[in-house]
Design a binder for this molecule. Structure first.
Ligand SMILES: [Zn+2]
Length: 92
């Protein structure tokens, strides 16, 4: 076996769901951590060209985990509208 590390610029992967090809794209990614919602923009990901399946490369996933764990100062805060239907919200 040859274990020479080859530097490949293009990663060709097949979607495990539909067999489509993954395309490099920047996505918005949300992750929940201990009841909090963390939002990430411009996340480099591999997105299936046929279905909505997306895949984060391990180093990107690690970066996201690191940011959450280290509580880095976010670029900005957005508020997430959260609705409850438990009380008077249901009318009529
Ligand atoms: Zn797919």
């Amino acid at each position: 076996m040859d274990y020479t590390m080859e530097k490949k610029e293009e990663v060709t992967m097949k979607c495990p769901e539909c067999g489509g090809e993954f395309v490099r794209q920047k996505i918005n990614y949300e992750q929940r951590w201990k009841g909090r919602l963390y939002s990430f923009e411009d996340v480099p990901a591999l997105v299936c060209s046929q279905c909505d399946n997306s895949y984060l490369e391990p180093k990107i996933a690690r970066t996201i985990d690191k940011i959450i764990l280290e509580h880095k100062k976010p670029a900005k805060y957005i508020s997430v509208p959260t609705f409850s239907l438990s009380r008077k919200a249901v009318t009529g």
